[in-house]
Design a protein around this ligand. Structure first.
Ligand code: NDP
Length: 287
């Protein structure tokens, strides 16, 4: 058996094209979508992420406001800028690119963003809304994983499936578990203290790997016919981009698998763009 390769690039393009159309419709009503992007320091990976986010805005037709601040920016200065953007009615979404320099408290920054402009879905109010099943912004990567499965495998029903998520971070593993629960999966969250990861993973119909270690999920972790979603972004010994899953061997036994690159990665930006659209709609129509 050889797995279906779920094409995250194509699915994210589909979502961006849908948003482009919806954005044009909003524009006919005089409504524009504006995202403010803040980058502190010169981390090369963050610069690439910010550039890609600005490009996606441009493609869809959103306005992006860019704030590129030196690494010496103080927490107070950053919080003042967020405050200004919070009260600027033109701004629908505020994104602060993480990680921040070590002298800035990331939690304080996340908490300062107005929840209705928190398009990353990191604010405790939005996380809480997800827990209790209320409307709110959902963290983009896990939201992207749900779209990947639904659009990439349209005949696959998540309901009732055994789902094992490996990783319990606030931005991926934890919200992923809540979204899978919302889809009626039976959810297990594994982490670095999990005993016998192979055995835990082996019972899964759906494995979502969000660890950050190249090749940690092997064919011995995967039941034949499982759906395997690889969130990890790592470099292998040759410096090549790779995921947490040993793609070559797992793709021989899985029902479906996402590649790295070209799987979950592009979906994160597409879902960020979706959150910006939802924010503009809410700010302008109250829906
Ligand atoms: P974190 O480092 O915050 O979390 C990693 C998680 O993996 C932790 O919960 C940790 O457990 C667990 N873990 C570590 N080692 C093992 C192990 N040997 N066995 C089982 N569990 C283990 O990472 P993130 O959640 O932020 O990111 C995970 C990966 O996803 C990274 O590669 C990151 O680059 C990528 N990523 C990709 C995105 C995309 O757009 N595609 C977006 C965000 C992240 P414990 O809690 O016990 O320490």
């Amino acid at each position: 058996m050889s797995a279906t390769i779920i094409d995250g690039k194509a699915i994210s393009q589909q979502i961006k094209d849908e948003l482009k159309e919806k954005c044009a419709q909003l524009a006919t009503k005089g409504i524009n979508v504006t995202l403010a992007v803040i980058l502190v320091g010169e981390d090369p990976a963050s610069q690439v992420y910010v550039r890609n986010k600005k490009r996606a805005c441009e493609y869809i037709g959103y306005k992006s406001l860019s704030y590129e601040l030196p690494a010496s920016t103080t927490q107070k200065e950053l919080l003042e800028l967020i405050d200004k953007l919070n009260s600027n009615d033109e701004v629908d979404g505020i994104l602060v690119q993480m990680p921040l320099p070590s002298h800035i408290d990331e939690k304080a920054v996340i908490n300062a963003i107005r929840p209705d402009k928190d398009v990353d879905g990191f604010h405790p109010m939005n996380v809480g809304a997800l827990v209790v099943g209320d409307k709110g912004f959902v963290s983009c990567t896990p939201a992207g994983v749900i779209q990947l499965i639904k659009r990439g495998l349209p005949d696959y029903d998540i309901s009732g499936k055994e789902c094992v998520i490996v990783g319990r971070s606030n931005i991926v593993g934890k919200p992923m578990s809540l979204l899978m629960l919302r889809e009626n999966a039976t959810v297990t969250v594994a982490h670095s203290k999990t005993k016998d990861l192979e055995k835990v993973c082996k019972r899964a119909d759906i494995i979502i790997a969000a660890v950050g270690r190249a090749g940690v999920i092997t064919k011995d972790h995967v039941k034949e016919g499982a759906v395997v979603i690889d969130v990890g972004i790592n470099r292998n010994d040759e410096g090549k981009l790779c995921g947490d899953v040993r793609f070559d061997e797992v793709s021989q036994i899985a029902l479906a698998i996402t590649p790295v690159p070209g799987g979950v990665g592009p979906m994160t930006i597409a879902m960020l763009m979706n959150n910006c659209y939802e924010a503009a709609l809410m700010h302008n129509t109250g829906v």
